[in-house]
Design a protein around this ligand. Structure first.
Ligand SMILES: [Zn+2]
Length: 95
């Protein structure tokens, strides 16, 4: 007989959730944008969520993204200073 202690677990394990660095809202990671810090310290959009290393997530809200850029929230989430071109990042975000 196997002992099943996880019967109550209604949430599936393959839907990992992540928190938006700006508003703190949790969503399934597939609904968030993932950003990483490259070796040269640049902030980069990881569209397919495939790049290794630490990622920072932002929900689809543009104000959250702007806040994250303005308030250096990416630096905190990625544990290091990231450089970026604000206009380029914003147009990528919208595109
Ligand atoms: Zn947000």
């Amino acid at each position: 007989m196997t002992v099943d202690k996880k019967k109550k677990g209604a949430k599936s394990h393959h839907m990992s959730t992540r928190m938006c660095v700006a508003c703190g809202k949790r969503s399934a990671s597939v609904h968030l944008l993932r950003y990483i810090r490259t070796e040269s310290g640049r902030l980069e959009l990881d569209r397919k969520h495939r790049k290794g290393g630490r990622g920072a997530y932002v929900c689809g809200s543009k104000s959250c993204f702007e806040n994250a850029l303005l308030r250096s929230l990416f630096n905190r989430a990625l544990r290091g200073k990231v450089s970026f071109d604000r206009n380029r990042m914003l147009s990528e975000f919208e595109g």
